[in-house]
Design a protein around this ligand. Structure first.
Ligand code: CP
Ligand code: NVA
Length: 331
């Protein structure tokens, strides 16, 4: 089996590929070096190929003896199920304590972390404020911790998004992506990853809903290969010259009381066929899902030939597998 320059075998070989810097936490894409980010995508591509081998894949017991705890304060299909399947296919196990027991008021978050570190190797946490993750990280020195989405960032999604662009365009570097809509958690992580990989970004959001200044500043600081981040008011201007057009929901989990106000504020920011026609001729459509057809995107776009959304969804699995292998020092 050709495993190339990264060790993807079942053996407990702890030597990392030279391009991977070990990390204990993945709270943000910025926790990775650009080289580690690229290596992670490369491993995910290989895992995707090798999945066809089923039980003969070289990684079927790579995480044998390891357990992952999924602590989710908000609903999830792709992230939660993606991690469950990932661990199963890598030979590890998963535990899902109810959120009321692990993330509620029953006991301090620090005590949950200190208990779990005795049993499991990794915790993937989906919650509200990012500061809750910092609290968790501070309480343990052993546990690996993954941000499975917070109000501020969604770094697991960005890995799948970049893999999808790489597959469709041949490379991420030098492509141009337009992001239309809310400058939210998905937009922040995408901006971080894009700038680290040399992907140009053109962002268009309504006034008061643009990407936070600190997300922009951090992305600009991490930029490589001359990645450009440009902001526009007008979605038509933003999509001109774009190889892909991305949007996300106008109302994220936890913001439901603002839904009606947001529908008004974002009404000119729907991705329609006519907006897609302003982008490059082969431009494809991206969305992290779940989507609201008729709000941020027209059904003709998300269900049409230019849609890449289920490739993104599929790639959540392969990239989360690669991330777990990297954090447990198996690549
Ligand atoms: N895109 C995404 O994170 O999906 P879930 O909310 O279903 O996990
Ligand atoms: N911005 C969305 C992403 C869902 C995957 C939310 O936070 O609800």
């Amino acid at each position: 089996m050709d495993t190339g320059d990264t060790n993807l075998s079942n053996s407990d070989n702890r030597s990392l590929s030279p391009s991977v810097t070990p990390i204990r936490t993945y709270l943000s894409v910025l926790d990775l070096t650009p080289d580690s980010l690229e290596a992670c995508l490369g491993v995910a591509e290989r895992l995707k190929q090798e999945r066809r081998m089923g039980f003969s894949a070289p990684t079927t017991s790579a995480l044998s003896g390891h357990s992952l705890a999924l602590l989710f304060d908000k609903p999830s299909l792709r992230t939660r199920t993606g991690f469950e399947i990932a661990m199963r296919e890598l030979g590890g196990t998963v535990t899902c304590p109810p959120s009321a027991d692990a993330l509620g008021t029953r006991e301090e978050l620090a005590d949950v972390a200190r208990t779990l570190e005795r049993w499991v190797s990794v915790a993937a946490i989906r919650t509200f404020e990012q500061s809750r993750l910092y609290e968790f990280v501070k309480a343990t020195t052993k546990l690996r911790i993954v941000n499975a989405l917070t109000n501020e960032e969604h770094p697991c999604q960005a890995l799948a998004d970049c893999l999808t662009i790489k597959e469709r365009c041949g490379s991420v570097q030098g492509q141009t992506l337009a992001y239309i809509g809310d400058g939210n958690n998905v937009a922040t992580s995408l901006t971080h990853a894009a700038s680290m990989l040399g992907l140009n970004l053109r962002l268009a959001s309504p006034k008061d809903y643009s990407l936070p200044e600190e997300s922009l500043a951090a992305a600009r600081q991490a930029a490589r290969h001359g990645a450009e981040i440009l902001q526009f008011d007008d979605p038509v201007e933003a999509v001109r010259g774009a190889d892909a057009v991305y949007t996300d929901v106008w109302t994220s989990m936890g913001q439901e009381v603002e839904a009606s106000h947001r529908r008004d504020a974002f009404s000119g920011y729907r991705v329609t066929d006519s907006l897609m026609n302003e982008a490059n001729p082969d431009a494809f459509f991206m969305h992290c899902l779940p989507a609201h057809r008729g709000e941020e995107v027209d059904p003709a776009v998300i269900d049409g030939a230019r849609s890449a959304v289920f490739d993104q969804a599929e790639n959540r699995l392969h990239t989360q597998k690669a991330l777990l292998l990297m954090m447990l020092q198996k690549i």
